[in-house]
Design a protein around this ligand. Structure first.
Ligand SMILES: Nc1ncnc2c1ncn2[C@@H]1O[C@H](COP(=O)(O)OP(=O)(O)O)[C@@H](O)[C@H]1O
Ligand SMILES: [Mg+2]
Length: 403
């Protein structure tokens, strides 16, 4: 069996683990369990009959054929525990999810499910609005994590004490370069037939491979990094009564989180892939998130000229640019030390390109076709990787200083 818990047995598991009382489980019609598929097989449990009502997200890791797990949920739990250890990290708690229980034997992590929150992917896709206040909050939250752990000897000592830390720290570009240089015949069973086209295009393109190798060499590991900062791993607090100033989007209040008295409205969740790494990768992943929304909104077709395609974009790039600018500006303001790293912006742009290339591969692993969206992702990713300086004005409206 690949998973321990199902919608049928999860309630008795919660009672067994004393997360809820067994007399709370009277098969009350108010209680409900639904599956929430993500990377993991997650269960969302609403215990409305308990006092007070409990809402829990039960995450469980998939097991391979020999019954083993990767250990990602254990790693996520370890980080949450560690970040309670030092006073200088206390500030981070408010930006994290509320994990309440970890079962190492069964690789099950339980978190409080936050009813008033929505993930940012859902918010952006549903509203098609990109308020700069939200982007600024995301930039601030990410910078706070990076800065609190930046060159931090206590964090690093703990990191090196972990058994798995004998492996070198994270370098997504070098890992991708390596993976793409060592393709094995097993790959043909993993990806759809036309997916081979992606590997063919990559192998013919020595400039692209060289840019990825260079990015791997430029990797600067210096702080805690999330390493999977897709928009659906960011939660946004929604207050139904707050209209957002000026943007016409109901459900958000203007910049309330800038008050130190109020909790932040952003939480960075799903820290399974965290590592000691290069902060430019997290910021680049966010930039790639915007670009994916843009590319998916293009009416891509071999018959339509690219100029026409761009005019018809459901989500033109210039609608996203203010949000991208606010993200970067808030990040830089909250983490001024990053200015010492003269290559940082260039790496952010290149990492965004890398993330687009990696996403093509992930799509293929999920048996999605190598379609026009993937081809466009490859083209845009290549441009960002090979010409980061000239891509900067398009993304952020700024020109980088030459080194
Ligand atoms: N604490 C939470 N409160 C509210 N929603 C959550 C919470 N944690 C996760 N979610 C929602 O569930 C989804 C899956 O959770 P996540 O931790 O990202 O799991 P996975 O590792 O399977 O991607 C998220 O994208 C988000 O929409
Ligand atoms: Mg997730």
């Amino acid at each position: 069996m690949r998973f321990t818990l199902t919608t049928q047995n999860v309630l008795s598991y919660l009672a067994e683990q004393k997360i809820c009382r067994s007399d709370d489980l009277r098969q009350d019609p108010l209680d409900s369990v639904e599956s929430r598929l993500g990377k993991n097989f997650n269960l969302l449990v609403h215990l409305n009959s308990t006092q007070p009502p409990q809402h829990l997200l039960v995450k469980q890791e998939s097991r391979n054929r020999s019954g083993q797990v990767m250990g990602d949920l254990g790693r996520e739990w370890q980080l949450y525990q560690q970040l309670t250890q030092l006073p200088e990290w206390q500030i981070l708690q408010a930006w994290l999810p509320e994990a309440i229980h970890f079962d190492a034997d069964r690789a099950i992590l339980i978190l409080n499910y936050l009813l008033d929150y929505q993930d940012l992917e859902t918010f952006y896709v549903e509203t098609k609005q990109f308020p700069i206040e939200i982007a600024a909050m995301v930039g601030l939250s990410l910078a706070t994590f990076h800065r609190a752990t930046w060159q931090n000897s206590a964090f690093l000592a703990w990191f090196h004490s972990l058994p798995e830390s004998s492996e070198p720290a994270a370098n997504p570009a070098a890992e991708f370069y390596q993976e793409m240089s060592e393709l094995t015949p097993e790959l043909w069973c993993k990806v759809p037939r036309e997916g081979i086209q992606f590997y063919r295009l990559y192998q013919r393109d020595s400039k692209l491979a060289a840019a990825i190798a260079d990015l791997g060499r430029a990797n600067r590991i210096c702080c805690l990094t999330h390493h999977d900062l897709k928009f659906n791993n960011i939660l946004l607090a929604i207050h139904p009564t707050d209209p957002i100033a000026g943007s016409g989007v109901p459900g958000l209040s203007p910049l309330v989180t800038t008050s130190p008295l109020l909790p932040p409205r952003i939480r960075l969740i799903d820290w399974e892939k965290w590592d000691w790494g290069d902060p430019s990768f997290d910021l680049g992943t966010l930039v790639a998130g915007y670009l994916k929304l843009w590319l998916k909104s293009l009416p891509l077709s071999r018959e339509i000229e690219i100029e026409t395609v761009l005019q018809w974009a459901g989500l033109p790039l210039d609608r996203l640019q203010p949000s991208l600018q606010a993200l970067l500006q808030a990040y830089q303001q909250a983490f001024p030390e990053i200015g010492q790293d003269g290559n940082f912006l260039q790496r952010v742009v290149q990492q965004a390109g890398l993330v687009l290339c990696k996403s093509i591969q992930t799509r293929l692993y999920y048996q999605e076709p190598f379609d026009n969206v993937s081809i466009a992702m490859l083209q845009v990713g290549r441009t960002l990787l090979c010409q980061p300086q000239s891509s900067l004005p398009t993304l952020f409206g700024i020109v980088a200083k030459e080194d």
